[in-house]
Design a protein. Structure first.
Length: 173
């Protein structure tokens, strides 16, 4: 299986890796094989940030990613994956082709595309770059699963943890 995963910050990276651990563990239990030793796929990571960040942030994000998951390739795409809404078609086509070239993949190669947003222009560009890939949404659950006005600031956020957030906590324990 070939997966392209996108992150734009350290928290998203933690949520992604926790989700990948959870998915691997579930697959391991279902098939009763040791997927740590026999991982059946290639994971590619694309790094981007739509608001612009300093080089230090980019370097830290890359180094952290390299330390916590066995990626086939980590590709910075801070210049390509943006939230620019009005891009000329020829420039958009070049950006999509450049994303694929940096990853070393064709448009049809990835089986899955893991993202933490579905509606922003940045993620839509990834969907266009890999139109046949299944889209997997990963996230911590706090923002999209709970209406913010229901959160009581006097109760700990742990009451609202999703299974992904629980995986993050166990990942660091």
């Amino acid at each position: 299986m070939v997966r392209v995963c996108g992150v734009f910050g350290t928290w998203q990276l933690m949520a992604l890796v926790a989700s990948l651990h959870q998915e691997r563990d579930e697959r391991e239990r279902a098939s009763e094989i040791n997927t740590i030793d026999a991982y059946p796929g290639d994971d590619y990571l694309i790094l981007y940030e739509t608001a612009g960040v300093p080089d230090e942030f980019k370097n830290v994000l890359h180094d952290l990613a390299a330390a916590i998951w066995p990626w086939k390739r980590i590709v910075p795409a801070f210049d390509l994956v943006t939230n620019e809404r009005r891009m000329p078609q020829h420039r958009y086509d070049i950006a999509l082709r450049s994303i694929r070239e940096r990853l070393g993949l064709t448009a049809d190669t990835p089986d899955e595309l893991w993202v933490c947003f579905l509606t922003r222009p940045a993620e839509k560009a990834l969907f266009e770059a890999f139109p046949r890939a299944s889209i997997i949404l990963y996230e911590d659950g706090a923002q999209s699963s709970i209406e913010l006005f229901l959160i009581n600031p006097h109760k700990p956020l742990a009451l609202f943890k999703s299974s992904c957030a629980a995986s993050i906590a166990s990942f660091f324990s």
